[in-house]
Design a protein around this ligand. Structure first.
Ligand SMILES: [Zn+2]
Ligand SMILES: [Zn+2]
Ligand SMILES: [Zn+2]
Length: 349
């Protein structure tokens, strides 16, 4: 996809933008075409169908809803199966920021062509339960089950999420990262476990039929093996083949989205001394459908180093605080081949 632009003046817009920063035009995302359109209250005609601003626009949803959606809510909002009560204002505020991450995820999935079936249309379709452990006092387990992804909105609170990140010894923990990891479980279920991919998956990631309960107990008792970094992307990935796949899937999304975003800005970086790039110039692409995972990593590894230097220049943690050993590259290659083989037309159409 191209970057989002104002339909009137073509100024580049963020994925969350509701009004153009240059000309002020009210705009919204038309999900089937993944483009920004005018978003007047009286609606806008796109190829013979009327689209209206989502009724959740007041708290930041910038998607458009088709006239026949029945509810006035856009697809992203309808995919949220459970949300905090209307009188829980603190949790609703966090819901707004988590929903922005959910929409960012959906744009990426659609751009990759991954199927997005809907929980309200079929059993096992994708849906989100966005709950807050802070409001209810009850534990909210972040996870995936039969298409439904549960997210703890309390993780939108910086001090809460950061405390967890430190106590779990993780180099990276974000709400968007949670969405990317959990959707990896969903796609392993529908694209791998229910297809012929499962045999190769077991060869690469291990047998997912191993007891998950035992794996959790072992992980929290003993931690990751000492040499985990030689064959896993994270300590968490060592827990069970399911977690290894979901972690690799999340990284596949991290990598492809960052590369494509850099390409949309025509970024080109000269990195002297990178053996895999003879002239030293890395030019990321706007899409990697025709590329192998090796080619993707040939762009990514030097660029990640560059972005890490940029972050350090600002006194921030590394943008990508991970390294990718050969066994992880092979796992990412599997994810890439599954994604490319599973593409559908207009997943949000
Ligand atoms: Zn504009
Ligand atoms: Zn919406
Ligand atoms: Zn998981």
């Amino acid at each position: 996809m191209d970057v989002f632009r104002c339909p009137r003046c073509a100024t580049i817009a963020f994925i969350e933008t509701t009004a153009c920063g240059a000309c002020g035009m009210e705009m919204g995302v038309h999900p089937p075409s993944l483009t920004m359109r005018a978003a007047p209250e009286q609606g806008t005609d796109v190829a013979g169908t009327w689209w209206f601003p989502c009724t959740n626009r007041d708290w930041g949803c910038n998607w458009l809803a088709a006239a026949d959606s029945g509810s006035g809510r856009c697809l992203a909002c309808r995919l949220i199966r459970t949300r905090p009560d209307n009188d829980d204002t603190l949790a609703l505020e966090k819901l707004a920021s988590a929903s922005a991450d959910e929409r960012r995820l959906l744009v990426h999935l659609a751009d990759l062509g991954l199927p997005v079936t809907r929980w309200f249309e079929e059993d096992g379709g994708l849906g989100f339960d966005l709950l807050s452990s802070r409001s209810s006092g009850a534990r909210v387990g972040i996870g995936h089950a039969n298409g439904i992804i549960t997210i703890d909105l309390a993780e939108s609170l910086d001090e809460h999420r950061e405390a967890l990140r430190i106590s779990l010894d993780e180099p990276y923990r974000t709400m968007l990262g949670h969405f990317r990891h959990e959707v990896g479980h969903y796609y392993e279920l529908i694209l791998v476990e229910r297809t012929d991919w499962i045999d190769e998956c077991r060869t690469i990631f291990g047998d997912e039929r191993a007891s998950y309960r035992d794996a959790i107990a072992r992980h929290y008792r003993e931690g990751a093996p000492r040499d985990w970094a030689e064959s896993y992307i994270s300590q968490y990935a060592t827990m069970h083949p399911w977690e290894d796949f979901a972690e690799c899937f999340a990284h596949y999304l991290h990598i492809t989205r960052t590369l494509v975003t850099a390409a949309a800005g025509n970024l080109s970086v000269r990195m002297e001394g990178v053996a895999a790039v003879p002239d030293g110039v890395i030019t990321p692409r706007t899409g990697y459908a025709d590329a192998t995972m090796d080619e993707i990593l040939r762009d990514w590894l030097p660029l990640a180093t560059f972005f890490n230097r940029v972050n350090r220049a600002m006194g921030k943690h590394d943008l990508y605080p991970f390294s990718i050993p050969e066994p992880v590259a092979r796992k990412l290659d599997f994810v890439h081949r599954v994604v490319m083989a599973s593409r559908v037309e207009r997943p949000l159409g």
